[in-house]
Design a protein around this ligand. Sequence first.
Ligand code: PCA
Length: 220
Amino acid sequence: MVEPLILATGFSVFPGAPENPTAWAMEEIEGSGWQPSGARLVTRTLPVKFDLWEREFSPLLAERNPDAVISFGLSAKATGITLESTARNAVATDRPDFTGACSRSACVNDTGPDVLPTRLPLSAISNALRARDIPMARSDSAGDYLCNLLFYRLMEHAGAGGARVAGFIHVPYIDVQARRLIAAGAIADGVFTLSEKQLLEAVQTIIEVCATALRDTRVA
Ligand code: PCA
């Protein structure tokens, strides 16, 4: 039997964030050849660009047709792995993407609902992270920038028959990146960080929990 496919994504750099721990984590996992048990994993790092859904993500989903999509992004304000419960139909029009362009629309979808819930097994994920002593938090707002936009589009897609398991998770900087960026004056001192090991363990744990959820919800 063909194993289910899990797509994990990270984001690249954006104004105010010259390094992104989620791009680092995707590269590490890809480079190590690590795979979850009972599922196939593919990773991708996405550009922080307002047309990323149309240009990158939607074609990628059409091509790969994953059973689960777990998207990760940086939040410099995160105080642990931050499990996002709710995508919001809102976009800031004053925050440029990495090309310098701003969104012309203040919502993701003119005719869409205000909020869409995650389809990630958040309780199982938080139990698994807690059991590994990885700092974590829950949040009901992923902000109003590209992470929330991707999250909202992903939940629309999942609701229309896309991935069975899908959602978005914010992560803090890893300590080596934060040290570099603070020394360069690129970010303020005092940000919460995870070690490289903690971030990789967290991402792998989340993927494993989703692989288990796919097995448990398999349609006979
Ligand atoms: N974080 C930004 C966009 C890309 C990323 O990693 C956000 O929180 O919207």
